[in-house]
Design a protein around this ligand. Structure first.
Ligand SMILES: [Fe+2]
Length: 152
């Protein structure tokens, strides 16, 4: 297990990425509930699969915080204060509008996660860097899925 300075540093990173990820989980359902358009069922169902994947990332990040002796902040109040994602619009319904809104937020979450891969590795915690790598790889895949519906 890592030393206490390293633990404190990576707990802060993990908790920040946890806030982004819970935000992403919430807005995925917002889109799932409000999207409208000709490919409704495909998008509606894809967003449920995205939510399932993001819920798994959330659990991995929060449990890594607890594993290191920290406290994950998963309440809606804490997430509202800590998320790095821009507020999700509640006045959109068209499929391309939701897809673009989701792509930008998945990208923001993914880029912050990617930066913390190196930050965790530099702090001396390769195992946490591996968690960030796994989640970043997943978010990259979902960005591709979302963007593919905007092309052609
Ligand atoms: Fe549903």
């Amino acid at each position: 297990m890592t030393d206490s300075n390293t633990r404190a540093a990576v707990i802060t990173m993990l908790d920040a990425r946890l806030a982004d990820s819970i935000d992403l989980a919430l807005i995925t359902k917002q889109a799932h509930w409000t999207v409208k358009g000709p490919q409704f069922i495909a998008i509606h169902e894809m967003l449920d699969a995205l939510r399932g994947a993001v819920d798994a990332y959330v659990d991995t990040l929060a449990e890594r915080v607890s594993t290191l002796g920290g406290t994950p902040h998963g309440t809606v109040q804490a997430v509202a204060q800590r998320t790095g994602l821009p507020p999700y619009p509640t006045d959109i319904s068209a499929i391309p509008d939701h897809l673009r809104a989701l792509v930008s937020r998945v990208a923001a979450a993914s880029e912050a996660m990617r930066r913390d891969i190196d930050s965790a590795a530099n702090a001396g915690d390769a195992a946490t860097a591996d968690v960030f790598t796994e989640v970043t790889r997943g978010l990259d895949k979902w960005r591709w899925f979302l963007e593919s519906h905007l092309q052609g």
